[in-house]
Design a protein around this ligand. Structure first.
Ligand SMILES: Nc1ncnc2c1ncn2[C@@H]1O[C@H](COP(=O)(O)OP(=O)(O)OP(=O)(O)O)[C@@H](O)[C@H]1O
Ligand SMILES: [Mg+2]
Length: 461
């Protein structure tokens, strides 16, 4: 990162030497020779870094430091201290100096300090940006829905987001349970702390417990080092237990204890650890039936079900379809770096008529495929997956035009789909996709050019 740096030293030679040195490294460096001048400059310009001598004539280095801490807290201050003044240096650090360099110093030392500080600033800036973007993306903005069912969901989220209540999020697959967990976390007071997600169905029982509660060294074969669990990692934040319906009874008992006592032990350990974690859980299973059958603990069920949010299936809220279609089309076009195209009327009708057993996720996949395949000015019915298209109006069976044309269209559509899927599987790697399809790489490249498919768009997914 190129830094804007102010150097303050009443020994002109030193000030100029530092200015030259850091200037040669590509930084923008101003040098002044008194504390007074420094304050005047600081009031007018924003600097990343101030490097100041501690003992100046009028206004001291400490005064410069105090001014910066108060008026420009983003600016880092480095003190140059005379030999033997460690005590004051320590005091400066306490007052918020980022570092100090004892005189005499060599160039490498100074450069190292400057680079380290600027790098830290860059990282913090990126993180802040990322945090803002993530928080922005997860506001209700990314949970879309105007149907009464979704409006009720939003109401509950609004009411409980800023509490520590445990929430059980239910609904069929692909209805947005994870988005609800995000919305609860990012709209609550824990938003700046971690949101940690665990898929309880993805591991064996032993692994789930070590994943959740951590383990001590030697707890089981393979536990060569101690490891903290997701509860510890989420401390201060939120833990999202996804697919909780698949959790074993033994693990359920341990979760219940954490919910009740807010404490846990690592696997193979006997230290009791306190944790401050909000728990959200999700399932698409019939937990009541599981309780009846004895495969889900009733006490845990009540404990989790303090507040429950039930997401309706997409079929039950068709008034949300237009919004979701528009959103998913724009998102797919952006992801695949394509011009957004309108939907042909028959394609739109087919989307509205489809059953959407896979809910919003299925809709997103269907539209992503359509955007990837569309070659005309509109997204045509034929660009949609066969499962969504109504067979009777399948473009291949289009009665207009000759048999030869219809066959050509069908082949083209098949090829596009085939290539699209191979590129998805191989993340845009053309050689691998070609090998997978039993094609020569050069041949695939010709096809990509012919169909205007950009393999690079499949890479960063
Ligand atoms: N209301 C909604 N608005 C916008 N996008 C949504 C909505 N609901 C779901 N989605 C999108 O659908 C996809 C599936 O959502 P999500 O992963 O939250 O579902 P889920 O209920 O957790 O599914 P599963 O039970 O399969 O884990 C995601 O890409 C999500 O962005
Ligand atoms: Mg999910």
């Amino acid at each position: 990162m190129r830094g804007r740096i102010l150097v303050v030293d009443d020994e002109r030679a030193i000030g100029i030497a530092i200015q030259r040195l850091l200037g040669a490294r590509g930084h923008e460096v101003d040098a002044v020779h008194s504390g007074k001048e420094a304050l005047a400059r600081l009031a007018e310009h924003a600097y990343h870094l101030v490097i100041t001598d501690l003992s100046l004539q009028d206004v001291s280095g400490m005064d410069v430091l105090r001014w910066v801490r108060e008026h420009a807290p983003e600016t880092a201050v480095v003190m140059i201290t005379a030999f033997g003044s460690e005590k004051i240096a320590v005091e400066a650090m306490k007052l918020g100096a980022a570092d100090y360099i004892p005189k005499p110093f060599d160039n490498d030392e100074l450069e190292l300090v400057v680079e380290r500080l600027l790098e830290g600033m860059e990282v913090r800036r990126c993180l802040r940006l990322l945090q803002e973007q993530v928080a922005g993306a997860y506001r209700f903005g990314s949970l879309i829905g105007k149907s009464p069912g979704m409006q009720r969901v939003f109401d509950v989220i609004r009411k409980v987001a800023d509490t520590d209540l445990t929430v059980l999020i239910r609904g069929p697959s692909g209805t947005g349970k994870e988005l609800v967990a995000n919305a609860l976390h990012y709209n609550g007071p824990r938003r700046t702390k971690p949101l940690v997600k665990v898929n309880c169905a993805a591991f064996s029982r032993e692994l789930v417990e070590s994943e959740l509660f951590g383990h001590e060294k030697g707890a089981f074969t393979g536990a060569v080092t101690a490891r903290e669990g997701k509860f510890e990692i989420a401390d201060g934040g939120t833990l999202f237990l996804d697919e909780i319906g698949d959790m074993r009874l033994e693990t359920q008992a341990k979760i219940l204890r954490v919910l009740q006592e807010r404490e846990l032990e690592r696997v193979g350990g006997n230290r009791t650890l306190k944790v401050d974690v909000r728990v959200l859980a999700a399932t698409n299973q019939d937990l009541e039936a599981k309780v009846q059958a004895g495969s889900f603990r009733e006490d845990l069920y009540y404990r989790l079900n303090v507040v429950s949010i039930v997401l309706p299936a997409l079929r039950e809220r068709t008034e949300d379809l237009p919004l979701l279609i528009e959103h998913a089309l724009a998102a797919a076009a952006a992801r695949l770096k394509r011009e957004p195209k309108p939907l042909a009327a028959d394609a739109y009708r087919a989307l509205c008529a489809h059953e959407w057993k896979g809910n919003v996720r299925e809709l997103e996949h269907a539209l992503e495929q359509a955007v990837a395949l569309a070659s005309g000015p509109e997204i045509a019915l034929g660009d949609l997956p066969a499962s969504v298209r109504d067979l009777s109006s399948d473009g291949a069976a289009d009665p207009s035009g000759s048999f030869r044309e219809a066959k050509q269209r069908a082949i083209e559509r098949f090829e596009r789909l085939f290539i699209h899927e191979a590129l998805v599987r191989h993340h845009g790697n053309i050689s691998k996709a070609a090998e997978d399809m039993g094609m020569y790489r050069q041949h695939l490249q010709l096809k990509l050019a012919e169909y205007g498919i950009d393999a690079a768009a499949y890479r960063e997914r």
